[in-house]
Ligand binder design. Sequence first.
Ligand SMILES: [Fe+2]
Length: 251
Amino acid sequence: MHGLRIEENIDVVVANAENAAGGSGLTPVIYHELIGAGIDCITMGDHVFRRREIYSIMRGETKIVRPANFPHEAPGHEFTVLTARNKVRVGVFCLLGRVFMAPVDCPFQAANRVLSAMAPNVKVILVDFHAEATSDMQLMGRHLDGRVSAVLGTHTHVPTADEQILPEGTAFQCDVGMTGPHESILGRRIDRVLETAKTFRPTHFEVATGDPRIHGTLVDVDPTTGRALAIGRLVINQAEASRLASLTREC
Ligand SMILES: [Fe+2]
């Protein structure tokens, strides 16, 4: 991550880590590993509480947020405001979609509530919309167009080719994709998932290991207005990751 930051001149890195603990949930140890690796803020999704030991991190740390459309009593913060490397304040929150997902509170109302609670001088705001259906994601993009800097989707594990800047200046992409084994079914071993799909016999869906890739999206934002200036997809394979790691060693 440090090499990537150097090469792309990145001021702030936000990552969804809801599946970082062996494919589901997040643990305190992995949380600290990710922050130590150069991630500035972690968003979560429908698997946020799969590992109970994360509750204390969710409550006590300011570099991680839970979905803002969870009940108020759920552990964790609805949003956070960080200071990027270029000293710009950056607001971050995440929301869950409702189409083909477990029931949650209205994400549109939750987004309104969070934005009204955030200090008005926070101009740069990133929203992770963790959702299954592209229609749901597009609706959130339009709901927040001109009110936040970026609405970037996660959850499907597959990057979509619709990165764009919406008419009022919000960067948008339905899904930024997965960082993990590309040779897989959504990160799990192909043979196991295929066996269960074909026979209905339950198997253990082990996390796959083949062809690890980093998928992500780079957004350039005007810090004075919060409007997005550019958006681009990012794909890094293992060879490229090794080259970036060597940049870090040279510094
Ligand atoms: Fe998810």
